[in-house]
Design a protein around this ligand. Sequence first.
Ligand code: SF4
Length: 360
Amino acid sequence: MFGAEAYGVELSVAEADVQRLLSVTPADVDSAPELSFARNVFVPLTTACRYTCGYCTYYDPPGEAELLAPEEIRRICERGAAAGCTEALFTFGDEPDARYDRIHDTLEAWGHDSIHSYLRSACEIALDCGLLPHSNPGDQTREQMATVADVNASMGVMLETTAEVDVHAGARRKEPGRRLATIATAGELGVPFTTGILVGIGEDWTDRAESLLAIRSLHERYGHVQEVIVQPVSENDRWRRGSPDVETLRRTTAMARAALPVGVSVQSPPNLAPVRELLDCGIDDLGGVSPVTDDHINPDYAWPGLRELEDIAETAGVPLRERLPVYDRYADREWLSARIAAAIGANDAAGARYRTLLEA
Ligand code: SF4
């Protein structure tokens, strides 16, 4: 289903489950007893991307795309660690294709034959600076993900939608089957994983229900999905077709909460969504707040400060709790690599801070 078989993943969603989910409204779900967030620093490793999604201002065309140098990665991570961050959020375009010869030449000059090899060294820098890596390198093969899995506390890719939408079409079509296969690969490799849906890119209500149920199905198989983001598409220089209205977001968020087990968090990003109007729709996480860097994926939408997150939690009448990029329920030997477990258990300031958040 959804083209996943082409990538070796059997997946099916029952029509009765779709119909049940389509009947869910905000009145059918409970508010969360607390809200969580992570303190992160954005590290935009490369703006090269093999795709050209119609709503995206992150990617740069060949000739303009950038690759962050190791010393710049270290500088950003050191700044983040000094500001109390725990997460180095490595953002990417999807794997640079053959058109990005300058990126490939630079990688080679720096001693890397792939962007994943370079990502691994970037994660090492982050760990060295006292941050836990969380990487979002887009679609990945098993071999690519295995290259970096043990140096990440968690990883992610947005499913966005199981539908074939126009904004993902073109010469370099972005396929839902590949993203589903990436999520499945994370499960096979035991990587705590973040995914989500993008609302308002041409999908309909059935597509939203099917997307959420596809995520649920993969989580039921592997138990590895730690959170699902419900993200509205936002206006920017490349997208002038508007954002979904509040009622659409309320219903979609409630559907996410109803579709997913309690152990999977539902996140609403406060710089992109009207979070205060979604508090009764089952969200329990506000994503990352960055005290030192912009949201490079959505540069027009400033991250709310910590004070604003506290205010949102106050509005909801629940406590606000800081978390690590790996959720507490995945911070054990079953899910953490030896490398990440050692960083969390380390007898240094970073290790002490990680453990304080886990014990909170
Ligand atoms: S949304 Fe991601 S995959 Fe699509 S063009 Fe932007 S960076 Fe590339």
